[in-house]
Ligand binder design. Structure first.
Ligand code: SF4
Ligand code: SF4
Length: 284
């Protein structure tokens, strides 16, 4: 592992530890409900995880939409805007514990699925998840039935199943609370994603994660991340061959700013963005 990757891995591990700083919660099988829970962390991390000291931005967004509270909605959207404007999908590459877990699972020796037109098409599904399960369904259900249903958390989120459900169950909590058809289905989804991550690089992030979809909207304009100087790029495709994400060019909406491609560009067209050194090509 190169020096750069070691640094990234260290940040990922540090971040996972920081998100889960409530160690008491694992021991006592309780959920921290202090002031920190009013603050969104940048990455996907279940509010109900016993270790969680902050709130999940996607869970908070669904609750804000359902509650129809303008104050809460502005607060959550403001937090997401801040993370997006500063970091874009660099959050995915550096600050998401579930991304880290999938990267580690992918290191298990096995045949790996190569990128293709199919994976590129599947990478669009996360935008449907964002629009459908995170925004539309909670909004429609709250207007029509007056109920708050965080649909992504309830029907899909593997992070919630693992951190909120399993960590209580494995820790000896009341498994009866965690049973039922829906929990069974969610366990199945979690199993598919965990096993799938061994064969498919970051399967959940690339195809299903609504938070990645949201940050992708900011990626080209974020202050930090990676950018390609298209006046220098010769379209040789070496970066695309090295990259494990479904990118067209480094710095586009699928790039998680890991930096692996930078040293492979024969004409040094790829670089890290530095907001303190303004260059003409930053927004290309
Ligand atoms: S490796 Fe460099 S020159 Fe080749 S396509 Fe990527 S950015 Fe362009
Ligand atoms: S384009 Fe480069 S920096 Fe972006 S995810 Fe791919 S390898 Fe990492």
């Amino acid at each position: 592992m190169g020096k750069h990757n070691l640094k990234r891995r260290f940040i990922q591990l540090f971040c996972a530890a920081l998100y889960n700083a409530n160690l008491e919660g694992f021991k006592e099988r309780t959920i921290y409900k202090g002031d920190g829970k009013g603050v969104c962390v940048p990455g996907l991390h279940c509010y109900s995880c016993p270790g969680a000291v902050g709130a999940c931005p996607i869970g908070s967004l669904q609750n804000a939409i359902s509650s129809k509270s303008p104050g809460m909605l502005f607060y959550v959207l403001g937090s997401l805007l801040l993370f997006g404007v500063f970091l874009g999908r660099m959050v995915c590459g550096y600050l998401c514990p579930f991304g880290l877990l999938q990267e580690l699972l992918h290191k298990i020796p096995s045949p790996k699925l190569k990128k293709s037109r199919v994976t590129k098409a599947l990478s669009k599904v996360k935008y449907v998840v964002l629009a459908g399960l995170v925004i539309l369904l909670p909004l429609v259900l709250s207007i029509k039935n007056g109920v708050s249903v965080p649909s992504f958390c309830k029907y899909l989120c593997p992070v919630g199943t693992m951190e909120g459900g399993l960590s209580f169950a494995v820790g000896g909590g009341s498994f009866a609370e965690q049973t039922g058809v829906l929990f069974g289905v969610k366990l199945g989804i979690l199993a598919v994603i965990v096993i799938g991550a061994v064969f498919i690089y970051r399967i959940f992030c690339r195809f299903l994660c609504p938070l990645g979809a949201l940050y992708a909207l900011f990626n080209r304009y974020s202050l930090f991340g990676v950018v390609t100087d298209q006046t220098v790029c010769t379209a040789c495709g070496k970066c695309r061959a090295v990259c494990k994400e479904d990118i067209h060019l480094p710095g586009d909406h699928e790039c998680i700013a890991c930096g692996d491609c930078i040293r492979h560009c024969p004409v040094n067209a790829i670089r890290r963005k530095n907001p303190f050194v303004k260059r003409k090509d930053d927004k290309k």
